[in-house]
Design a protein around this ligand. Structure first.
Ligand code: ADP
Length: 684
C-alpha cells in the first residue's frame, strides 16, 4: 500500500503554502522597508550632525587663525620698539599691556640675535614656574622656532611642549618666534609663548565650546588641551581640522555627543513609521475583507451550483416574466416541455411561441389580468400549450409574484406541470372502470334472467288465465239474454283490465332491468333515499320472493336527499342486498329477513351524511373471507364474479363515503355505507 499522501491533500498543502509564503514575503518586505527607512533617517540625521560639527571645526580654525594673525600684528608692533634706540622700559610696559589683553599669551621675551634674554614680561593671569626662574636660557623649542624664523625670514611656531606649573599642574605651551627685521639686524627676536588651553578658551567663539568639547590633539589622538564640557551620551560625533602654522601643524578636534540617532530620531521617521503601520493595518484589513469576500463568493457559487443542479433536475417547468410580460428566465425542463430553446423564448413579449394560435386571444387577456397585479389562484389553473411541432398538451400552471431583495414586485414566476400523461392515465382508468361496471351490471342482469322468467311467469299466467276467462265470457255473451249480457260484459271488461294491468306489470319488470342496464347519467344529483330504494326494490323483491326473504325497509323521516350518482348508488344497494339474500340462501336458515335502514349519520356543521345499513341473518363472514372481501374477483360462489364489493367500495369512496361491515348477533352480517347529504340540507 502506498504511503504517499493523496493528490488533493498535496494540492491543498501547496496552495496553503503559496498563500502563506506570499504573506510572509509581504510582511518581510514591509518590515525591511521600515527598518531601512528608520536606518536611513538615522543616517541622515547623523550626517546632518556630523556636517554641522565639521562646519564648527572649520569656524574654530578660522577663529584661531584670525586671532593669531591679529596677535602677530600686535607683537610686530611691540618688536618695532626693539629697533633703533631700543626702549626697554616702554617695551616692557607695552608687553605687559598686551599680555593683559590676551590671556592666551603667557609670556613675551625680547632676545638678542644670540638668543640671550634682553627683556621679558609674564602674564599676570598665569604663574608658570620656569626652570631657571626667569628662563634666561631659551627653551630648546624656542631655539628651534627662532632658527626656523630666521630661515623663513618670518614668524615661526615651535611644536608644543608641556611646562609644569610647579603646583602639580602644568600647561601645554607653544612658542612663536619673530626674527629680527631686515631693517635692524640687532633688534633681536621677539618670542611669545602661547598657552594652548588659553588659545582654545580665548580665540574660539564661546558658542562653539558650550555645546561641544574642543581640543588640540597630537597626530596619535593624545589630547593636549581641552575646553568645553559637553553632556556625554551614547553617540559621539567627532571632527578634526588641521591648523597649519609656519613651523608647526596642530590638530583641532571637536567632539559632540548626540542623543540621536535613536529608533525614532525625528518626526519624519515617526511619521513614516506611523504611515507604514497604518499601511500594514489597511493591508491586513483589506486582506481579511478580501478573504471574507472570497468566502462569500465561494458560498454564493455553491448556492448557485446547488440551485442550478436543482433547476436542471426539476421536471417542473419554470418561467419568469417581468412586469411588461417579457420572459426573463426559463429552466431546461420548460424548454424540453415546449420544445423551444431558451434563446427562442427569452425576451419574448408578443405571442409566446408555445401559445396555440386559436387560444392566443384568451391568453392575452389572462396575461393582461396578471400584469394588472391580480394574483392567480394558489392551487393553480389548467391551460393548453403547444409544442414546437404543433401538438397541444395540457399543463397545470401555478403562478406567484416575484419579489426582489428590497421587497419590490418585479414580475411573475410560473411553474408548469405537463399533465398530459396524468390525463391519459385518468382517462384509461375511467374507461376501464366504466367497462368493469358495465360488465358487473351485465353479470347482474345475467343472474337476473332466471329471476325475470320466474317473475314474468306470474303476470303471464295471470294474463293467460284472464284471456281464457275472457274467451269463455265471449262465448257466453253470444247466447246470453239482455239481463246477463250486461253482467258478462262487465266481467269481460274487468278481465281485460286485469290483462292490461298484468301486461303493464310485466312491462315494468322488464323496464326496471332495462333501465338498470342502460341508464348512464353520471352527474351527481340530490336524490331522496326513498327514491333510491324505490328504484332497486322491484329488482330486490324479484330475488327475495324466489328465496323466500322478507324485505323490511325503514327510512328515517325528514332525511335530506343524498348527493350522489344515482345509478351507481343503486347498483351498490342492489349488490349489497343481493349478497345479503344469497348469504341467507341456506337450508339451515329459517328466519330470512333483510333489513334496509337509512338514517342520518354523525354530522358536523359543514357536512351532513346519510348512513345506509343492510342487515341479514345469513351465514356471516369468516375472518379469512373478511381479509379478501374487497379484493376484485374474490368470491365464494360458483356463479359469482367477485367484483360486486370491490366496485361498491370504489363507488362509495368516490362519493367521499365509507363502506364497512360487522357481524350481526346472533348471526348474519351488517353492511354499512355513508353518502353525503345534499348541501342545502347539510347547512341546516
Ligand atoms: P360475488 O357476489 O360475485 O361473489 P362480491 O364481491 O359481491 O362478489 O362478494 C364477494 C364475496 O363476499 C361473496 O362471494 C361472499 O362470500 C362474501 N359476502 C358478501 N356479502 C356477504 C354477506 N352479506 N354475508 C356473507 N358473505 C358475504
Amino acid at each position: 500500500m502506498s504511503t504517499q499522501p493523496p493528490h488533493w491533500l498535496l494540492k491543498r498543502l501547496r496552495s496553503v503554502w503559496r498563500r502563506w509564503s506570499l504573506w510572509g514575503l509581504l510582511v518581510a518586505l514591509v518590515a525591511a522597508m521600515l527598518v531601512t527607512l528608520v536606518w536611513l533617517a538615522g543616517r541622515y540625521e547623523a550626517s546632518v550632525v556630523q556636517g554641522k560639527l565639521e562646519r564648527d571645526a572649520a569656524d574654530a580654525v578660522a577663529d584661531i587663525r584670525m586671532a593669531l594673525a591679529r596677535n602677530l600684528l600686535n607683537l610686530q608692533a611691540l618688536q618695532s620698539l626693539q629697533m633703533g634706540p631700543p626702549d626697554a622700559q616702554r617695551w616692557e610696559s607695552q608687553a605687559v599691556a598686551l599680555l593683559r589683553e590676551h590671556r592666551e599669551l603667557v609670556r613675551i621675551e625680547w632676545r638678542t640675535p644670540a638668543l640671550r634674554l634682553q627683556a621679558h614680561a609674564n602674564s599676570p593671569f598665569q604663574a608658570i614656574a620656569w626652570p631657571d626662574g626667569a628662563r634666561v636660557e631659551p627653551h630648546s623649542d624656542t631655539a628651534l622656532a627662532c632658527t626656523n624664523a630666521r630661515r623663513l625670514s618670518g614668524p615661526a611656531y615651535s611644536s608644543s611642549y608641556f611646562q609644569p606649573h610647579g603646583d602639580g599642574m602644568g600647561s601645554e605651551l607653544i612658542e612663536l618666534c619673530l626674527p629680527p627685521s631686515a631693517a635692524d639686524k640687532n633688534a633681536g627676536y621677539l618670542v611669545a609663548t602661547y598657552s594652548l588651553q588659553g588659545m582654545l578658551s580665548e580665540m574660539i567663539d564661546h558658542r562653539l565650546t558650550r555645546r561641544q568639547e574642543v581640543s588640540f590633539t597630537e597626530a596619535d589622538g593624545t589630547r593636549l588641551a581641552l575646553v568645553g564640557a559637553a553632556r556625554r551620551s551614547a553617540h559621539m560625533f567627532s571632527a578634526r581640522e588641521l591648523i597649519d602654522l609656519p613651523g608647526h601643524t596642530m590638530v583641532l578636534r571637536l567632539d559632540h555627543w548626540h542623543t540621536a540617532p535613536s529608533l525614532f530620531p525625528n518626526v519624519l521617521t515617526a511619521l513614516v513609521t506611523a504611515m507604514s503601520i497604518a499601511l500594514v493595518t489597511v493591508l491586513v484589513v483589506l486582506v481579511r475583507d478580501n478573504r471574507r469576500r472570497l468566502k462569500a463568493e465561494r458560498e454564493l457559487g455553491d448556492a448557485f451550483a446547488f440551485r442550478k443542479a436543482m433547476e436542471d433536475s426539476l421536471v417542473t417547468g419554470l418561467r419568469a416574466r417581468d412586469l411588461q410580460g417579457r420572459i426573463t428566465y426559463v429552466n431546461p425542463a420548460f424548454c424540453e416541455m415546449v420544445g423551444f430553446s431558451a434563446q427562442e423564448l427569452l425576451g419574448q413579449s408578443t405571442n409566446a411561441p408555445y401559445w396555440p394560435p386559436e387560444l392566443a386571444e384568451e391568453y392575452w387577456q389572462r396575461q393582461a389580468v396578471r400584469l394588472a397585479g391580480n394574483a392567480p389562484p394558489r392551487e393553480g389553473f389548467e391551460s393548453v400549450f403547444m409544442r414546437k411541432d404543433g401538438t397541444r398538451f395540457p399543463v397545470l400552471i401555478i403562478e406567484a409574484p416575484l419579489i426582489n431583495a428590497v421587497g419590490q414586485h418585479t414580475g411573475w414566476m410560473s411553474a408548469f406541470i405537463d399533465i398530459s400523461e396524468q390525463r391519459r392515465v385518468e382517462e384509461l382508468s375511467r374507461a376501464s372502470q366504466e367497462r368493469l361496471q358495465a360488465t358487473a351490471r351485465l353479470a347482474t342482469v345475467g343472474e337476473m334472467a332466471s329471476l325475470l322468467s320466474h317473475e314474468l311467469n306470474q303476470p303471464l299466467a295471470a294474463i293467460s288465465s284472464y284471456a281464457t276467462g275472457s274467451l269463455n265470457l265471449l262465448a257466453a255473451v253470444q247466447g246470453a239474454d239482455a239481463g246477463t249480457l250486461q253482467t258478462d260484459l262487465q266481467d269481460l271488461r274487468t278481465a281485460i283490465e286485469r290483462i292490461a294491468q298484468q301486461a303493464e306489470r310485466a312491462g315494468r319488470v322488464i323496464k326496471s332491468v332495462h333501465d338498470f342496464v342502460r341508464r348512464r347519467d353520471q352527474a351527481r344529483e340530490a336524490v331522496p333515499a326513498q327514491e333510491l330504494l324505490g328504484d332497486v326494490l322491484p329488482l330486490v323483491n324479484l330475488q327475495a320472493r324466489k328465496l323466500g326473504v322478507r324485505v323490511q325497509v325503514d327510512v328515517e323521516p325528514g332525511l335530506p336527499p343524498a348527493l350522489c350518482d344515482r345509478v351507481m348508488v343503486e347498483q351498490v344497494l342492489l349488490n349489497l342486498a343481493r349478497n345479503a339474500m344469497q348469504a341467507m340462501d341456506d337450508p339451515s336458515i329459517r328466519e330470512r329477513t333483510l333489513e334496509i335502514r337509512v338514517r342520518r349519520a354523525a354530522s358536523n356543521a359543514h357536512s351532513a351524511w346519510l348512513e345506509f345499513t343492510l342487515s341479514d341473518g345469513g351465514i356471516g363472514i369468516s375472518e379469512e373471507t373478511a381479509q379478501k372481501l374487497f379484493t376484485p374477483f374474490f368470491t365464494t360462489r360458483t356463479e359469482g364474479m367477485g367484483l360486486g364489493l370491490s366496485l361498491c367500495r370504489t363507488v362509495v369512496e368516490q362519493h367521499g363515503g365509507f363502506l364497512g361491515h360487522k357481524p350481526r348477533h346472533p348471526r348474519g352480517t351488517v353492511f354499512t355505507f355513508t353518502l353525503p347529504a345534499a348541501s342545502q340540507e347539510g347547512q341546516n
